[in-house]
Design a protein. Structure first.
Length: 559
């Protein structure tokens, strides 16, 4: 974007009241510091949505705008442009009309490329502007079946007369393929599990394990060795667990890969956790927080001191929620420090400390050091013990806003859990501002969603009667939704996940119960009486409005 266009964009942003003058200046400073464009800075700071930015640019440049997520892509049309060309030119063909082929571009004024492509395809092209994020998200339209690709690598290796060099080359290809396909399929983890005759590779996608490929047992060790080399682990050590990290770039996205290697009776088992920079772009709305709960949390984070706690089991999205809150709080005028295990994502302008037990750097010792660093906001990855709980409470009492997580089943149970850690009830009552309990449910695929009407009698075996009555709201029949299965969701009917939440404000009524040492049931009843939406009720609404299925709700909530 040239200087004149940027000035026009700045004027539109201010006059249209998309952002304030202060936010604009902050974004300009961020863009210069990080050597990025103003558009990317505004989106990264969450001042302007990606879709809004695209439409503003199109108004200035007189381009046609397309949102590929809403428009959809005809896969047969997309493949008219080779994958390498699509990636290099940031271009996707997405539909054919009587007037020509519609293509999404990040620079529709690139007439030279358009002329060459028209000549190559022999058809008229209709250019549209799409944001870089939108284009990158949809490049997975080119992904091939991982089994087919793996078989090609194995056949190519077998065809070589000299095994030495080809084996190393094919091993590199296998590991690269696993990381690339894991990323494209939005897997959170890649599991490499040794067996007697073969090694099973599985992806965890949307919280559910999927078998992907089987690797011959004879190449298991060289694949593991390649992963160890990439993550700077000892390749000659096979009897001791090892943890490492890989930094990997895929399609202009930085992928942090946390590697865990554990020896088993059948060989070394590897789990690779994929942490993409795309995950940092989530907002509280993106993760599924409703308007009422969003308002409660927004009020809580405006307070200069106190505690905000997020609870739930492992893998329920607690860290994502905390990072979404920190993204809102991350301003130049405040000092934010974190103590984490591990540091999930590196965030600019935030001091992040990694727990290291070998160096005696624990949550408690790290937290003591942070308090001496003059922070305004502190994020503690998890409150695990009495010492960490007490330091966190004291920090909240002395003028700091403290964010942290715990493992409890619901919001109300958090109170007795902290009390069991030796914290006095009056300290709990006076410091905790809000408690968020959450789970993650799989979202119905938007490309193959379909509705159906069902009789309540058909649902009786799937859920308790009390839960069914809440779902039905006095009706004999209800409309539900499901995914039919398509190429986008790998025929699962689900694509992505969304949170279901329970946001409990610690108001005067709840505070009094805490002081009186009431149990969790009494606290929950009072919170519901005061307007709290339970996780079950939040999940029910997401079922009725077509965001998830009744089966998924019962799998995750179970009450």
């Amino acid at each position: 974007m040239d200087q004149e266009t940027q000035q026009k964009l700045e004027i539109m942003l201010i006059q249209g009241e998309f952002i304030s003058q202060k936010q604009l200046q902050e974004a300009v400073t961020y863009a210069k510091k990080n050597a990025t464009s103003l558009e990317e800075a505004l989106i990264s700071k969450d001042f302007v949505k990606d879709d809004e930015m695209g439409q503003l640019v199109c108004q200035i440049m007189a381009w046609q705008f397309v949102n590929l997520s809403k428009e959809g892509i005809d896969e047969s049309i997309a493949h008219l442009i080779p994958e390498r060309v699509a990636k290099k030119q940031k271009t996707l063909a997405f539909a054919r009309t009587d007037d020509g082929i519609k293509i999404a571009m990040n620079n529709p004024d690139d007439t030279n490329f358009l002329h060459l492509l028209e000549k190559k395809l022999g058809e008229k092209l209709i250019p549209y502007f799409a944001t870089l994020k939108d284009i990158h998200t949809h490049l997975d339209v080119y992904k091939t079946d991982i089994r087919e690709e793996f078989e090609k690598i194995i056949k190519a290796e077998a065809a070589h007369a000299v095994i030495g060099e080809s084996k190393e080359s094919s091993t590199i290809q296998i590991v690269d393929m696993l990381l690339q396909r894991g990323f494209q399929n939005k897997a959170s983890d890649i599991h490499i599990e040794p067996g007697e005759n073969e090694t099973q590779v599985r992806f965890r996608i949307d919280g559910v394990m999927h078998d992907v490929i089987s690797i011959p047992a004879k190449i298991h060790d060289v694949v593991i060795s390649r992963i160890k080399v990439m993550s700077h682990l000892r390749t000659d050590e096979h009897q001791v667990p090892q943890d490492g990290k890989i930094e990997y770039n895929i399609d202009n996205h930085k992928l942090d890969v946390r590697v865990s290697v554990v020896p088993t009776t059948k060989g070394e088992n590897v789990v690779m956790r994929l942490l993409s920079d795309q995950s940092r772009e989530f907002t509280l709305e993106d993760i599924g927080l409703g308007a009422k709960d969003h308002a409660k949390l927004s009020e809580a984070i405006k307070k200069p001191w106190g505690m905000i706690l997020v609870t739930g089991p492992t893998g329920s999205g607690k860290t994502t929620s905390l990072y979404s809150v920190m993204k809102i709080l991350n301003r130049r005028e405040v000092n934010i420090a974190t103590i984490e295990d591990p540091v999930e994502y590196n965030v600019s302008s935030i001091t992040q400390i990694q727990v290291n037990p070998k160096a005696e750097l624990t949550f408690a010792s790290g937290l003591r050091s942070i308090v001496r660093q003059d922070p305004d906001i502190i994020m503690v990855g998890e409150i695990r013990d009495e010492e960490t709980a007490n330091i966190s409470i004291n920090a909240a009492m002395t003028g700091h806003l403290v964010l942290s997580t715990l493992h409890t089943n619901d919001a109300a149970t958090t109170i007795p859990r902290i009390k069991d850690m030796g914290v006095e009830p009056f300290l709990i009552a006076s410091t905790i501002n809000v408690v968020i309990a959450q789970r993650l449910v799989r979202k119905i695929c938007s490309k193959c969603i379909q509705s159906y009407e069902t009789d309540l009698l058909d649902l009786q075996g799937k859920m308790p009667i009390s839960a069914l009555e809440k779902l039905a709201r006095g009706k004999d029949k209800i409309t539900l939704y499901k995914g039919a299965g398509c190429a986008v969701c790998n025929d699962t009917g689900y694509s992505g996940r969304i949170g279901v939440f329970e946001v409990m404000e610690v108001d005067d009524e709840v505070r009094k119960l805490i002081m009186d040492e009431a149990d969790a049931d009494q606290i929950k009843a009072k919170a519901v009486e005061g307007g709290m939406t339970t996780m079950f009720d939040d999940a029910r609404e997401k079922v009725l409005n077509g965001q998830t299925t009744i089966e998924e709700m019962m799998r995750v909530i179970r009450s």
